[in-house]
Design a protein around this ligand. Structure first.
Ligand SMILES: CCCCC/C=C\C/C=C\C/C=C\C/C=C\CCCC(=O)SCCNC(=O)CCNC(=O)[C@H](O)C(C)(C)COP(=O)(O)OP(=O)(O)OC[C@H]1O[C@@H](n2cnc3c(N)ncnc32)[C@H](O)[C@@H]1OP(=O)(O)O
Length: 197
């Protein structure tokens, strides 16, 4: 099977224009939900992925592979790496576009093994928008921002109404999330930007 993949984005798109109140380059992005497996502080075996806004519609994320993330002995599980990209790509969409969106499709290319103890540096780009569809892609570099690419991913996020989360999610967890967002908002206002879409 060839590594050559389909054109990306797969449909005609408009440029993805970040929200006027999107955090500026250099901003360290907060945890979007404490219990999130991708970024949450309360998810003990989670990825604890951290992200910073880069220049030009880019978000830089990083996470360190631990023994809790293994598939083969000493190596990261592929599904878990896909999770890291879901989080990194979703963080770029949520924070730069500031629209509630969910992953509709996520495609990963695993190019090199990712050992326990290594850090993946993920650079995510906004590739375009077509109505509710937001296309994003990312490269994950091994152990340095300019290290060899171990994993690449591309995804389609679909903008949803907020009731997507209240209808399908856990009301108690949503209350926790709302409380956390209020706290984050206060902290970010102190740092110069706020997160309400
Ligand atoms: C968790 C986020 C909290 C949000 C809070 C807001 C802001 C916070 C700020 C920052 C957030 C920071 C970080 C976020 C980090 C990580 C995010 C993780 C995200 C996830 O991990 S989230 C879980 C996995 N995710 C799901 O749980 C989705 C389940 N799913 C559905 O809920 C529906 O399936 C839905 C809603 C996707 C669509 O349903 P729908 O009825 O609304 O719309 P419809 O089906 O019409 O699709 C509309 C157009 O998208 C095309 N389309 C749809 N799916 C496609 C596919 N797979 N391939 C190709 N095209 C597709 C259609 O073809 C149509 O295209 P067209 O318009 O051209 O006809």
């Amino acid at each position: 099977m060839s590594r050559v993949s389909q054109p990306w984005p797969p449909v005609a798109v408009e440029p993805a224009v970040p929200h006027p109140k999107a955090p500026v380059a250099g901003t360290e992005l907060g945890v979007h939900f404490n219990e999130c497996f991708g970024c949450g502080d309360e998810a003990d075996a989670g990825l604890h992925l951290r992200s910073t806004v880069g220049e030009g519609q880019v978000v830089h994320s990083r996470f360190t592979v631990t023994a809790a993330h293994q598939g083969a002995p000493g190596l990261a599980h592929g599904g878990l790496l896909a999770c890291a990209f879901d989080e990194a790509l979703g963080s770029a969409v949520g924070n730069l576009m500031r629209r509630p969106a969910v992953t509709g499709k996520l495609e990963t290319d695993f190019r090199r093994p990712v050992p326990v103890g290594s850090t993946l540096f993920i650079e995510t780009r906004l590739d375009g928008v077509a109505g509710r569809k937001i296309y994003v892609s990312a490269d994950g570099h091994l152990d340095a921002a300019d290290g060899p690419i171990a994993v690449s991913a591309r995804a389609l996020f679909i903008v949803v109404a907020f009731d997507h989360f209240s209808t399908h999610g856990d009301p108690e967890a949503l209350e926790k999330l709302a409380a956390q967002h209020e706290k984050n908002q206060r902290e970010r206002e102190e740092r110069g930007w706020e997160i309400n879409p």
